[in-house]
Design a protein around this ligand. Structure first.
Ligand code: NAD
Length: 284
C-alpha cells in the first residue's frame, strides 16, 4: 500500500485563491484586510517565516506590514506598540513573532493583544472559546491540520486520534479541535510509556515532536492518516519532518509531506483569520 499524499502547498494555494475573491469583495466595500507583524530582534528563522507571511498576504490582495524592533526592546515598549495597534482601526490582525528576547514575557505580550485581533489564536480568550466550541480565532497550525484532514473527507467523528506532543501551539489545540469534531483523543508526550501501544491504535496520528524521523511504520496502524507537523533542518540544509515519510507511507492511507505539508497551511489559516477579523466576524 502506498499512501495518498495530502499536499498542503496545493490546498493552501486553492484556499488563497478563494480568499482573493473575498478580499476583493471587502475592498469594494472599502475594507482592505491588514495584518501587522512585529519582529523583535534579528532571528534569521523568524525573518524567513515573516517573508513567507508577507508574500502569502500579497497573493490574496491583503495588505501587511512588519514593525521591526531591536533585540534590546523592553517589555513596556512592546506593550505600548501593541496598545497602538489595538486602537488602530485600519489594523485587523496583530501577530508578534515568537520567540521573544529573554527580557520580554511572551505570556504578557500574548495577553496584551486584543482578542479580536489575535489572528494567531494564542490569547487565552480564544483558546478558552475554542475549548468550549464557541466562535474563536483558531490557532493556525491546528486549524490547518483539521482543514487538511477534511479536504480529503477523512472521517473524524468516532475515530481515534492520537497526538504526539502537548505544546500550547500545536499538540494541545489540535487535540481539542479533533475532540470538537467528535474524535476520541489520546495525547502522548515525552513522559508517555509504551508510545507505540498508543500510536498503533491511531486512525489519525498527529506527530508534533520536533525530532527528525522519530516515527516510522512500526508506530502506524495500517490505513491510518498521518499528519507530520515537524520542521527539522538537516545537516545538508534541507527540511524534514518528524515522520520517516518513505517508511510511513507504506502503512498509512493518507500522509502529509515535509515540506509542502502543514507549513503552507499554517500561513494560509493566518490569512483566513485576518479576513475574518476584517469582516468583524469574531464575536469579541
Ligand atoms: P515543542 O518542543 O514545544 O513540543 C514538543 C512535544 O513533543 C512536547 O510536548 C514533548 O513532550 C513531545 N516529545 C518530545 N520528545 C518526545 C518523544 N520522544 N516521545 C513522545 N513525545 C515527545 O514543539 P512544538 O512547538 O509543538 O513543535 C513541534 C514540531 O512542529 C517542531 O518541529 C516545530 O518546528 C514544528 N512546528 C511546525 C509548524 C508548522 O507550521 N508546520 C508550526 C509549529 C511547529
Amino acid at each position: 500500500m502506498s499512501a495518498e499524499v495530502i499536499n498542503g502547498k496545493e490546498l493552501a494555494h486553492e484556499l488563497r485563491m478563494e480568499m482573493k475573491e473575498q478580499v476583493s469583495q471587502l475592498k469594494q466595500s472599502g475594507i482592505t484586510p491588514h495584518l501587522t507583524v512585529i519582529l523583535v530582534g534579528d532571528n534569521p528563522a523568524s525573518r524567513s517565516y515573516i517573508r513567507g507571511k508577507e508574500k502569502a498576504a500579497a497573493e490574496t490582495g491583503m495588505s501587511s506590514d512588519v514593525i521591526e524592533l531591536p533585540a534590546s526592546t523592553t517589555e513596556d515598549a512592546l506593550l505600548q506598540e501593541i496598545t497602538k495597534l489595538n486602537e488602530d482601526a485600519s489594523v485587523h490582525g496583530i501577530l508578534v513573532q515568537l520567540p521573544l528576547p529573554d527580557q520580554i514575557s511572551e505570556k504578557q505580550i500574548i495577553e496584551a493583544i486584543s482578542p479580536a485581533k489575535d489572528v494567531d489564536g494564542f490569547h487565552p480568550i480564544n483558546i478558552g472559546r475554542m475549548m468550549t466550541g464557541d466562535d474563536a480565532f483558531l490557532s493556525c497550525t491546528p486549524y490547518g491540520i483539521v482543514t487538511m484532514i477534511k479536504s480529503k473527507a477523512i472521517p473524524i467523528a468516532g475515530k481515534h486520534a492520537v497526538i504526539i506532543g502537548r505544546s500550547n501551539i500545536v499538540g494541545k489545540p489540535v487535540g481539542q479541535l479533533l475532540l470538537n469534531e467528535n474524535a476520541t483523543v489520546t495525547y502522548c508526550h515525552s513522559k508517555t510509556e509504551n508510545l507505540k501501544e498508543f500510536t498503533k491504535q491511531a486512525d489519525i496520528l498527529v506527530v508534533a515532536v520536533g525530532k527528525a524521523h522519530a516515527i516510522n511504520q512500526d508506530y502506524i496502524k495500517e490505513g491510518a492518516t498521518v499528519i507530520d507537523v515537524g520542521i527539522n533542518r538537516q545537516a545538508d540544509g534541507k527540511l524534514t519532518g518528524d515522520v520517516d515519510f518513505e517508511s510511513a507511507q507504506e502503512k498509512a492511507a493518507y500522509i502529509t509531506p515535509v515540506p509542502k505539508g502543514v507549513g503552507p497551511m499554517t500561513i494560509t489559516m493566518l490569512l483566513k483569520n485576518t479576513i475574518k477579523a476584517a469582516k468583524g466576524l469574531s464575536s469579541h
